[in-house]
Design a protein around this ligand. Structure first.
Ligand SMILES: [Zn+2]
Length: 500
């Protein structure tokens, strides 16, 4: 169909369709899609669009296959070399047909740590040049790359459209209209040098011809071989610390933080994972950061991707431990752990700054760790801070005084033992169990709880009061007080002798 313009160099597919819609002057996106592509439900996805088959069918005058469209006019080349071949094939199939978001999940960008731009972006200077050359401006792939925020050619910060990429009408394609004056100042952005380096390698990726992707094994072998060749190996191991030092010397920590590539030193960091046996794919940015550090800037994506599939497995590399195994590091970690276990015990040492050291020692010096730990095991005393025991103590002791005053005149009450006082309370079970946390209550009970003698004297007093002002004989006093010669205490006996 002649209404669809041919894609310009590095132009996004959605940009081509937007230009076609604008030329037709049709305002209804669905109607325009039905007219242009024979499908009203063509959906906008700027980075990894699907239904490319429909689009390529309309370019009869200068045929281009859906695969070529995917490689030259979408962001697929940014991901394709780093995912497994089976996945790459699936992505190509889904991009040709209809995919319902499968491509984003399959290339890993849905779960990626990279900061994906929320908006479509452009450089006003590039747009001006496009208008001069082609009569209209269009969206470039290179300006939609995560981690690149400036136009390297013009050293100008990229401008964003107002609408979020996801929020544009599902079927509408946005034409590029320059929103700012071109007199804007040149870029005053930080990390220009880093972005320039990334842009150089991304530009290479974007023009690569479709090719079979290396397998995870091939990536593993490649990095093993290169790291040893470049002097980062030690025996069959790779010295992680050296690699990390080199990465940090090439890429400032602030930039790594900004691009969500920091920290590096944790066992779970991407840098640890990428130089171990590959079990998942890594982003273009992670590969580029490591490759640039190892080759110190002298490398090209094209030659690396040719080299990876042909790298042979290095001997004894089936068990690859990437670890700082220098004696000094071992010594430092062991003494750090020893200090922690002496202070906190083995369990609490891990949650008091020793977690990473524990994991490291567990992995590399297991016997030493277990032996050391056996000497420093300590039971953990958990502190329950949910109850304010001080306030509870005041509350209980006040209640106990009330019970004491209410029962003081009652000579018939049972023995007012500590347990009797406690059982008069509302939460008797808690107080009984937690007496150690209630010092005032404990003091009260010690002072006011009746012992056996006091209780016997109270019962004798009660009987005497019934006979008052007379005095009953001793045997009657004892019997009516529920006492006997055998059970009466020495002090209670003294009390009887005094009053009779
Ligand atoms: Zn520019």
């Amino acid at each position: 169909m002649l209404n669809i313009p041919y894609p310009l160099p590095d132009e996004l597919v959605c940009s081509v369709i937007a230009r076609a819609q604008r030329r037709l002057g049709i305002h209804s996106p669905k109607f325009a899609n039905g007219y242009l592509l024979r499908n009203r439900n063509f959906i906008v996805t700027p980075d990894l669009p699907s239904q490319l088959g429909l689009f390529s069918n309309q370019l009869e005058y200068q045929p281009i296959t859906p695969t070529d469209l995917a490689y030259r006019h979408t962001l697929l080349p940014l991901y394709a070399p780093f995912i497994e071949e089976e996945r790459r094939q699936k992505c190509l199939m889904w991009m040709e047909r209809k995919c319902d978001g499968n491509v984003h999940f399959t290339v890993g960008c849905a779960a990626s740590r990279l900061n994906k731009p929320e908006f479509l972006r452009y450089c006003p200077f590039c747009a001006k040049e496009q208008i001069d050359e082609h009569g209209e401006a269009y969206w470039l792939r290179i300006h939609q790359i995560p981690s690149i925020h400036v136009c390297i050619k013009h050293q100008s910060p990229l401008c964003s459209v107002n609408k979020r990429v996801q929020k544009i009408h599902r079927h509408a394609f946005q034409t590029l209209k320059i929103q700012k004056e071109l007199s804007i100042s040149k870029a005053n952005c930080v990390h220009i040098e880093e972005q320039t380096r990334i842009e150089r390698h991304v530009s290479e990726l974007l023009i690569l011809a479709p090719a079979t992707s290396p397998s995870f094994n091939q990536w593993t072998n490649f990095y093993q071989s290169v790291l040893h060749e470049k002097g980062y190996g030690k025996g069959q191991y790779v010295c992680f610390d050296k690699v990390m030092e080199q990465v940090v010397s090439r890429w400032p920590i602030n930039w790594l933080k900004k691009e969500c590539l920091w920290p590096l030193n944790k066992q779970s960091s991407w840098l640890h994972s990428i130089i171990r046996k590959h079990r998942k794919s890594f982003s273009f940015l992670e590969h580029m950061v490591l490759l640039d550090a190892v080759y110190e800037g002298t490398w090209s994506m094209d030659s690396i991707l040719k080299q990876v599939p042909s790298t042979e497995e290095i001997s004894n590399s089936t068990h690859i431990y990437m670890s700082p195994l220098d004696d000094s590091v071992v010594h430092i970690n062991k003494s750090k752990w020893l200090n922690l276990v002496k202070r906190y015990g083995t369990k609490l040492a891990r949650s008091n700054g020793g977690g990473a050291i524990y994991t490291w020692l567990y992995r590399y010096h297991n016997k030493w760790l277990l032996k050391t730990n056996s000497h420093y095991q300590r039971p953990i005393q958990y502190e329950n801070n949910r109850v304010d025991w001080r306030a509870r103590d005041w509350h209980v002791v006040r209640a106990m005084y009330r019970i004491l005053y209410d029962s003081e005149a009652d000579l018939d009450s049972p023995r007012r033992s500590a347990l009797w006082f406690i059982h008069q309370l509302e939460h008797s079970a808690t107080v009984e169990k937690k007496l150690a946390k209630l010092p005032l209550t404990a003091t009260f009970l010690e002072r006011y709880a009746e012992d056996t003698t006091e209780y016997q004297i109270r019962r004798l007093t009660r009987t005497l009061s019934r006979y008052s002002p007379n005095k009953p004989p001793a045997w009657r006093l004892l019997r009516e007080s529920g006492l006997s010669d055998e059970r009466i205490t020495a002090q209670a006996r003294e009390f009887i002798e005094c009053i009779l």
